[in-house]
Design a protein around this ligand. Structure first.
Ligand SMILES: [Fe+2]
Ligand SMILES: [Fe+2]
Length: 388
């Protein structure tokens, strides 16, 4: 046989060695000039014994297969089962996929969220698959061209609500994007879910912006109180506490707001946006509740930390305005649909019902995570008036 070692010849030798028992001799033939030198070096790294032939005309060398444990893969580590993650992921597993064999000496990485209890939920793979299947195209999923007539002030109200939604969505993008980079890749489904959640939020920012600018040259008002509320979310660096504040309470309240907007949207574009965004948000809330519930079951002390985080945030925001008046008024006008006093009265009542529904939703979700009804009521009442 004529072949060169560095031209893939080693694959033939490896292939044969894989099929035979330890210590079985294999004769290697070939006529590449440096073949014997390459074979010797390779066998040394792989832990195989080798005799170089002294005569010409026969095999170049005879290799005796060594034990699989010697050589380059000595000390290699398995990263566990392909489907079920370990309790603790190790820094030296690095970027390797779950169930890969990692060569000894691979670099260590710093992924601070490296335990299953902190990040995992048994539903996570299913939620990721649902999210991947449910991605929608903003260009085609929204009826941008559909004609509609709106009173100028109702259009302004829609623009104001969109302005508010955009900054909330921006916080909701930044936070999972940051945590995605802190999750140990061993828990890849969580990392993937957070990445697709960030992509959902990117799409939400896109469609809210496009709706706001559909008939107006610029956005509305962004208040100090609204941004202060969102800053407390961004400033929370603990994954569990952030999941409570952002996903369970914030996105949970937003879900109710999106249903409200879907119901009372004054135009087909806003209605369809609220419907599609609401579907995405429901997944975000589901994951937040799922992993916190499972975390609390393993570590009941977490409930106290979650309650403290809600109280702390309330105290920080105690002197801010909460929901901006412009957003509140815009929601009333959207729900009223006109400036008739009776319509405005009904619109105002609908917004009161919205706020009560949000509160009920938060209490329900807090109970799911593990709080008793009375604590859930107290904690829900402490939630930011900015909704998110
Ligand atoms: Fe969103
Ligand atoms: Fe979200």
């Amino acid at each position: 046989m004529t072949w060169g070692w560095i031209q893939g010849g080693h694959l033939l030798v490896k292939r044969v060695l894989h099929t035979i028992a330890v210590n079985t001799p294999v004769a290697v033939y070939g006529n590449a000039p440096e073949l014997a030198i390459h074979l010797r070096a390779w066998c040394r790294t792989q832990g195989h014994a080798i005799e170089i032939a002294k005569t010409t005309g026969g095999p170049v060398a005879v290799i005796h297969r060594g034990s699989a444990e010697v050589g380059r893969w000595r000390g290699a580590e398995s990263t566990g089962d392909a489907t079920i993650p370990e309790e603790q992921a190790h820094a030296y597993w690095g970027l390797a996929g779950r169930s890969a064999t990692v060569e000894a000496g691979a670099p260590t990485f710093n992924f601070p969220l490296d335990t299953r209890v902190e990040v995992w939920a048994k539903e996570v793979a299913k939620l990721y698959a649902q999210a991947a299947a449910a991605q929608w195209n903003p260009a085609t999923a929204i009826p941008w061209e559909e004609p509609f007539d709106l009173h100028d002030e109702v259009e302004d109200a829609v623009v104001q609500v969109m302005t508010y939604l955009i900054e909330n969505e921006t916080a909701a993008l930044v936070i999972p994007a940051r945590f995605a980079s802190q999750i140990h890749p061993h828990f890849r489904e969580v990392m993937q879910l957070l990445a697709i959640q960030a992509a959902d939020e990117a799409r939400h920012i896109d469609v809210f912006t496009r709706r706001a600018l559909l008939r107006r040259p610029k956005l509305g008002l962004s208040t100090a109180g609204g941004q202060s509320s969102l800053k407390t979310l961004i400033d929370e660096t603990d994954f569990a506490l952030s999941a409570m504040l952002l996903s369970v309470l914030g996105e949970g309240s937003f879900l109710t707001l999106l249903w409200f907007l879907q119901q009372y949207a004054p135009d087909p574009v806003t209605r369809q946006i609220a419907r599609l965004v609401g579907q995405d948000e429901a997944r975000h809330v589901t994951f937040g509740i799922a992993h916190l519930t499972q975390h609390v079951q393993k570590d009941p002390m977490l409930l106290g930390r979650l309650a403290d985080a809600i109280e702390r945030r309330h105290d920080i925001l105690a002197n801010t305005a909460g929901l901006n008046e412009e957003v509140f008024d815009a929601l009333v006008l959207i729900a009223a649909g006109s400036w008739e006093p009776e319509a405005l009265r009904i619109g105002w009542n609908k917004v009161q019902i919205l706020i009560a529904d949000m509160n009920q939703g938060r209490i329900h979700r807090l109970c799911k995570v593990g709080f008793d009804e009375a604590s859930a009521q107290v904690l829900s009442a402490l939630h930011t008036r900015n909704f998110m």
